[in-house]
Design a binder for this molecule. Structure first.
Ligand code: GLU
Length: 622
């Protein structure tokens, strides 16, 4: 069963509509949020700027800003701030993320690393329970804790992005979100399900249950949820700048909440305390970063450099695929067989790249990350030797040797990296373009659905539990070991693709480490399998992260390709999660594709996952 989202009937109606005639894209509607944001459509085609997010209020906020003369950066911040209201379990100012920007004038891609950092006082053994001398369990101890809260980077990311590239002030960009927080938004089935799945955690903190469990239960579908505290917090940032977040009373309250999580006396949850201080908040800085880059079959693919493993792992996997003539495999013998052949290569390339991710990638400010080698086409070519075109390799596969490669087969790979995967599956992603041709691809998160579960009392936002992205077992040789001040390794993969110097596609997704495979599979679907971007994004997903079984959506396992992959190629599948739970789905992607003449754009969101996303354009026709 797909998870039914906000206004399921509207989705069905939207699916039945022509993509260009949806009410949502009607320019005559002066105030999009009031007039049409209650509907969702997964595809919108048109001109003058576009947006895709998981949520119609957030997409409407972006369109409102674009119509008022804001650019893609202004609109992205407006949409992200609105997601902090309507998708508070996925993202918000209590978390972090990665922002990728394509500047139409210079043709350059730039990025901001707004990842959370470990507090300066966080010890290497922070995940050991002193009272027992044993490691905390991942659940419930680590996920619902102060110890896993990283110093948030989202507010600083918004400020930096606006300062570098925006037309709007933070005050202007936050306006639509403040309005949604004050007036409220309509609760949908996805929101209710996510609240329900977090009920025990949220009940442990009065500040959280007062906001998200009115009357002790998840809010009813169709009810209106307001967040006046968050409106007030946003207003504070609008008036005083994000300094108000990183210094002053708010910083003191955040640090106090982390050090002494405000739990009820009766909760059975242990909720370990954290180490964050006001100095950690005052010291937090976002990083201006160069993007990663690979060329794949003539497409220039730009992504996020470490501290995320997104850009290196997507990029390396593409380099591994490059020597195989996948588009040629598609021609000829019956579509299921050929799709399966391509998808077999996709799964194997992903496993190889994940082996290298585990061995080599962490925060480059603390460990040597061989980004150049991992993205070297010669290294990719040599790693491609690990793919048998007819048979799945036994997993896990070993990592490659970045110090000894020449692009030929025959050298022994290094020992297998430890790839224990504890990343959760939430987060949110948005894609925005504007009439000038600028593009933003932005993934932001508070880690797992509901983050740490702790709302900062009186402030209306949940703190992240991002530090669970550090390896939970400490090892001196692990690039992702805990270190004070360090950014935990991420998988977020906001990606912008150019062709002959012009925009072709921007895409990204939530989903923990499946983010990487969702972005990779969507690129393979689009570029190698020749699907439309709508089909490429909607297609059933499978994720091979160098594990024995391929994690897959049931629809993938049951598909003709899934059957061939298992019977002929020897892949074994494990369903992503129980049907009807959030975990049954992989990702919730958004994308915008740009026409070759540079005129029209196609914004695409999920038709079904997370209840369906929301794509909108400024003008459906010229
Ligand atoms: N913490 C994850 C990361 O940084 C994202 C969480 C998710 O997508 O669920 O990769």
């Amino acid at each position: 069963m797909p998870i039914l989202g906000r206004r399921a009937a509207a989705i069905t109606a939207a699916l039945a509509m022509s993509v260009t005639t949806g009410a949502m894209a009607n320019p005559a509607l002066a105030h999009p949020r009031q007039a049409d944001s209650t509907e969702k459509t997964p595809t919108a085609e048109g001109y003058g700027g576009a947006v895709s997010t998981v949520d119609p209020d957030a997409s409407a906020a972006a369109i409102e800003v674009l119509r008022k003369g804001g650019n893609a950066v202004d609109a992205a911040v407006a949409a992200a701030a609105t997601l902090g209201v309507t998708e508070p379990y996925s993202a918000g100012i209590g978390g972090g993320g990665y922002f990728v920007y394509y500047d139409a004038e210079s043709g350059e891609v730039s990025t901001i690393d707004g990842r959370e950092t470990a507090p300066a006082a966080m010890p290497a053994d922070a995940f050991i329970d002193f009272s027992t001398g044993k490691p905390y369990n991942f659940t419930p101890e680590l996920v619902t804790s102060g110890v896993s809260v990283g110093v948030p980077g989202t507010a600083a990311t918004w400020e930096r992005a606006l300062k570098r590239w925006g037309n709007f002030s933070l005050e202007e960009a936050l306006e639509p979100a403040i309005e949604v927080a004050e007036d409220g938004f309509e609760v949908d089935a996805t929101f209710q399900l996510q609240t329900d799945e977090n009920k025990a955690r949220f009940s442990a903190f009065p500040s959280t249950s007062e906001l998200y469990l009115p009357g002790g239960e998840a809010p009813a579908v169709g009810s209106v949820l307001k967040n006046p505290d968050l409106a007030e917090t946003y207003r504070l940032l609008a008036e005083d700048g994000v300094d108000a977040f990183y210094n002053g009373p708010l910083a003191e309250e955040i640090a106090a909440t982390v050090q002494e999580p405000p739990k009820t006396a009766t909760t059975a949850l242990p909720v370990p305390k954290g180490f964050m201080t006001t100095e950690d908040l005052a010291d937090y800085r976002v990083l201006d970063q160069d993007p990663t880059h690979v060329n794949y079959r003539g497409y220039d693919v730009y992504g996020i450099a470490p501290s995320s493993s997104g850009g290196t792992t997507v990029g390396e996997a593409l380099n591994i695929l490059e020597p195989f003539d996948l588009p040629d495999l598609v021609k000829g013998n019956g579509i299921a067989g050929n799709q399966a052949a391509v998808l077999h290569h996709y799964l194997e390339a992903s496993a190889l790249a994940f082996a290298d991710r585990a061995k080599y990638v962490g925060d480059p400010a603390f460990v040597d990350v061989p980004t150049g080698e991992l993205l070297d086409p010669v290294f990719g070519k040599e790693r491609a030797c690990g793919i048998d075109p007819l048979k799945a390799a036994p997993k896990p596969v070993a990592a490659g040797d970045v110090e000894d490669y020449d692009g030929t087969c025959g050298l022994d790979p290094a020992a297998a990296g430890d790839d224990k995967d504890t990343e959760n599956i939430n987060t949110t992603n948005l894609t925005v373009s504007d009439k000038w041709g600028n593009i933003v691809e932005y993934t932001l998160t508070i880690e797992q659905t509901g983050g740490s579960g702790i709302v900062v009392p009186g402030r209306g936002f949940i703190l992240n539990n991002e530090l669970t992205d550090f390896s939970t077992v400490y090892s001196e040789t692990d690039p992702n070991r805990i270190q004070p001040g360090k950014r935990p390794r991420s998988s977020m993969s906001p990606t912008i693709v150019l062709k002959d110097g012009d925009p072709f596609l921007a895409l990204g997704s939530p989903g923990g480490s499946t983010i990487i495979t969702t972005v990779l599979q969507t690129l393979v679907n689009r570029i190698d399998l020749g699907m439309s971007i709508e089909d490429a994004l909607a297609a059933p997903r499978a994720s091979q992260r160098n594990t024995l079984n391929v994690t897959a959506e049931q629809a993938f396992i049951d598909s003709p390709s899934g059957k061939v992959l298992s019977a002929q190629y020897g892949h074994t599948f494990a369903a992503a999660g129980k049907a009807g739970t959030s975990a049954a789905e992989i990702g919730a992607a958004t994308a915008i594709e740009f026409s070759r003449d540079g005129q029209s754009v196609t914004a695409v969101a999920e038709p079904v996952r997370r209840g369906g996303g929301s794509a909108m354009v400024v003008k459906p026709s010229r």
